[in-house]
Design a protein around this ligand. Structure first.
Ligand code: GLY
Length: 398
């Protein structure tokens, strides 16, 4: 049986430090929440940090995500190995959000109502009860709610709702607000952001990472952090030995507009096939498809229909709500669906990618762990199982 380990405090934020000659300079490729959070932590610790993005900061998976911090209810059989990392990061989120709000002066809307996985009929109930038993046996803080109790907590759910798995600790945050706040906090700490760079290539000198190349220009850095999400494998200049096995896993979403004063829903709710995320401002996010279509970002009738139909079966009142926005994003899925974190076969190059369905959840633990690696050369034991060499070791064992 695996129990989630308690996170050990590790702080690299030392406000007021100036870039120091004895601290490494860092180039981060990718300005999503992972890259920006790493940049914030390192700049606050006194490093000279430059973040490069092919487009606009925070507009990739960070913008497309739902912001669920669901370390417990999203855990399915076969994913036990990820739990120490996801639970540690979940525990870091309240302090991370508080520090980020203080550093940026901006809210990130961390909400603590918890998450329900509802069953709409007897078949669903058998599946959700199995999930409940599995998660409970892992020591996760989940409980079973009967149908009447589910309706008491969420009165607009379908009247026949059969029951729900509930996790009080699986919170949500507004990921778009997190991106805006990270951008502001990183800049306030001294990090420099370079957007719309097009291709940002890794620069090598004597087989070591020497910085990044933008066209003919070389930007030198002591360390390069690859945090380019679904685009990580395509970064030019990466030798095959350091190319992370990451691919885009498309997810479509729809956003409806509720009355913020009388919302139809307060908890994050998983239904068979979809999830619903109510925001404080009245937006109701419905997600998400899982599609292997490369970087094709077109919305499809089937994808949008499946989301709306799945949500309507659980929450019939959505039929009256206006559609505000629809979008598709790309989860960075790795070969084993776990992130790729830490040192690589190329000295000076560090991976922080492949977060798949958990990028927002894993932001604090990734930022602290990668900052620690850059500053001290130590790999946090929590990150060790996720180093890229696991793929070559698996290959060697095969
Ligand atoms: N974590 C939710 C998703 O990837 O759709």
């Amino acid at each position: 049986m695996i129990h989630a380990s308690e996170p050990r405090p590790f702080s690299v934020s030392e406000p007021g430090l100036r870039p120091s000659a004895c601290r490494p300079s860092v180039a981060v490729i990718g300005a999503g929440c992972i890259g920006l959070a790493i940049a914030w932590r390192l700049a606050a610790a006194g490093c000279r940090v430059d973040v490069f993005d092919r487009g606009e900061a925070g507009r990739g998976a960070t913008h497309a995500a739902g912001g669920m911090l669901a370390a417990c209810v999203e855990t399915e059989p076969g994913e036990e190995g990820l739990l120490p990392l996801t639970r540690a990061s979940q525990a870091l989120w309240p302090d991370f959000a508080r520090d980020l709000e203080a550093a940026s002066g901006l809210p990130v809307d961390l909400r603590g109502e918890g998450t329900m996985v509802i069953a709409l009929n007897a078949d669903d109930a058998a599946k959700v009860r199995f999930l409940h038993g599995f998660q409970r046996d892992l020591g996760l803080p989940v409980e079973w709610l009967g149908g009447a109790e589910v309706r008491r907590r969420e009165p607009y759910l379908q009247p026949g709702v059969a029951g729900a798995l509930f996790c009080a600790g699986d919170h949500q945050v507004d990921n778009r607000k997190v991106a805006t706040a990270l951008r502001r906090a990183a800049a306030a700490a001294g990090a420099r952001l370079h957007e719309h760079c097009g291709d940002v290539a890794l620069a090598l000198e004597r087989d070591r990472a020497a910085g990044v190349r933008l066209g003919e220009a070389l930007h030198r850095a002591d360390r390069v952090v690859l945090a380019a999400g679904a685009w990580s494998a395509g970064v030019p200049g990466l030798p095959a030995t350091a190319r992370p096995p990451v691919r885009p896993v498309k997810g479509q979403m729809v956003c409806l507009r509720m009355d913020a004063r009388l919302p139809l829903l307060r908890h994050v709710v998983w239904t068979p096939g979809t999830y619903l995320i109510p925001r404080l401002d009245g937006r109701l996010l419905i997600g998400a498809t899982t599609e292997e279509r490369g970087f094709d970002d077109r919305l499809t009738a089937g994808g949008q229909f499946a989301l709306l139909e799945g949500a309507w079966r659980a929450l019939p009142g959505i039929a009256e709500l206006p559609i505000e926005e629809s979008w598709a994003g790309f989860r960075p899925g790795s070969r084993d669906d776990a992130p790729i974190l830490g040192e690589t076969a190329v000295p000076g190059l560090i991976h922080a990618t492949g977060h798949h369905r958990n990028g927002i959840l894993l932001t604090p633990v990734t930022a602290d762990g990668i900052a620690r690696l850059v500053l001290t050369g130590e790999t946090d034991p929590l990150l060790r199982p996720f180093v890229a060499d696991r793929f070559t070791r698996m290959g060697a064992a095969a």
